[in-house]
Design a protein around this ligand. Structure first.
Ligand code: FDA
Length: 378
């Protein structure tokens, strides 16, 4: 083999570019290949165009994975401060929105430009419009592509998950994992809006656009955030967060008055509820719950407000999911280098791995940290 490159990185998203720039800075010769024309397409739309690029408080507790400890090593070796010091070198101004969540002041494009500038100073080559046809392993890795055969000592798979197919998502990463004998935890849409069944849709969906603060939980996971009614079901940060934990058939429990009690005098209760919740929601909720008497039974109303629950018919799927849960099994990867335990030189980084972050900058931080771990090892 003619091993011109130390590593080929498949996928020019957050993780692929970060792995490439980390290895490039260490003097490694790196080629990034990307099948679409635009590198970092997801970075550009992340955080509503301002990229929630990290979170001040990142720990393994903010991630779902079959191995709850797997992310610890990479997160400890690449912290939010490490990313911030790079952002500061590139004069990227940022602000904290919801507690801990850091966003660009101006545009997510600045993050992409920073990554591309760092790649360029590390002499990283990036080829877009490059389709992978097959990957083989000899002394190194041989990647047959629409631009010809490419060879390298190491291969970094950074192809992301299945979310938002129109932005270039494919299952190549999972196929490569299986080809080389790694297991894949079934991918599923995560951070995704719920869809109601017919009965709940009739009850609630004309409230589309109304949002309220709730505590939502599914199993052991609970989040205090906003819930938003949509035409199809419910969304908003609280629902997106619990969706990552939800499995078909499970109920989602919603406390409509988290941390508060509803205890007005009975003759004022009806009016009081329309101040405590958005008015249309309060009126609809009373009707759905069958509280049609003029004097409300306040203690029962209070109890019911804390225990609203529904069983979603499903979610809006990969088309709308912010991330993909599941992925390449952490049991088959080194947590220090993201290298396959049984295939030296083969690394998986970012969302393709079975590590899925909460909403709030955690997924991009995982992309940086896992890519940094691989980039330091190549
Ligand atoms: P990513 O998907 O970014 O990159 C994979 C790359 O591989 C893509 O460029 C793709 O085209 C390429 N590829 C795929 N198949 C290929 C093939 N067969 N051949 C060659 N190339 C291939 N997270 C966060 O922390 N803060 C936020 O604000 C947001 N906001 C947000 C908004 C929206 C709308 C979405 C959809 C997602 C977010 N996220 C987020 C999630 C975050 O964007 C995501 O987790 C990371 O971008 C994942 O980075 P990766 O590099 O792993 O995958």
């Amino acid at each position: 083999m003619n091993l011109v490159y130390d590593a080929i990185v498949i996928g020019a998203g957050a993780a692929g570019l970060f792995a490439a720039l980390t290895a490039g800075r260490r003097g490694r010769r790196i080629l990034v290949i990307e099948h679409s024309r635009q590198p970092g397409a997801k970075i550009l739309i992340s955080g509503g165009g301002r990229a929630n690029f990290t979170n001040r408080r990142v720990s393994a507790a903010n991630f779902l994975s079959a191995n709850a400890h797997f992310a610890k090593s990479a997160l400890a070796r690449f912290t939010p401060d490490d990313f911030l010091s790079l952002a500061k070198q590139h004069h990227i101004r940022y602000h904290e929105k919801t507690v801990g969540q850091l966003f660009c002041d101006t545009s997510a494009r600045q993050i992409l430009e920073m990554l591309l500038a760092e790649c360029s100073s590390g002499q990283v080559e990036i080829r877009t419009g490059c389709k992978v046809e097959s990957v083989g392993r000899e002394t190194g890795f041989a990647v047959e592509t629409s631009l010809g055969r490419l060879e390298a000592r190491s291969l970094v798979v950074a192809t992301g998950g299945l979310s938002i197919p129109k932005l270039g998502a494919t299952d190549l990463g999972y196929r490569l994992a299986r080809q080389f004998g790694l297991k894949v935890v079934d991918p599923y849409p995560a951070l995704v809006p719920f869809v109601f069944g017919d009965a709940d849709r009739k009850r609630w969906s004309d409230l589309a656009g109304i949002s309220t603060s709730v505590r939502a939980n599914c199993g052991d996971a609970a989040f205090d955030e906003k819930m938003l009614f949509t035409h199809k079901g419910v969304s908003g940060p609280a629902m997106l967060q619990v969706s990552s934990y939800w499995r078909k058939g499970q109920a989602v429990n919603v406390d409509l008055m988290p941390g508060r009690s509803f205890e007005p005098p009975p003759q004022e209760a009806r009016r009081a509820l329309t101040f405590a919740l958005p008015q249309r929601l309060a009126e609809r909720w009373l009707a759905v719950e069958g509280f049609d008497q003029p004097l409300l039974p306040v203690r029962r109303v209070d109890a019911r407000l804390h225990e609203w629950s529904f069983v979603p018919a499903g979610t809006e799927g990969f088309e709308k999911a912010e991330v993909t849960g599941g992925g390449v099994s952490t049991a088959d990867l080194s947590s220090k280098t993201m290298e396959a335990r049984n295939v030296p030189g083969l690394h998986f980084v970012g969302e393709v791995v079975d590590v899925t972050g909460w909403l709030g900058g955690y997924n991009l931080h995982w992309a940086w940290a896992s890519a940094h771990a691989a980039g330091e090892a190549i």
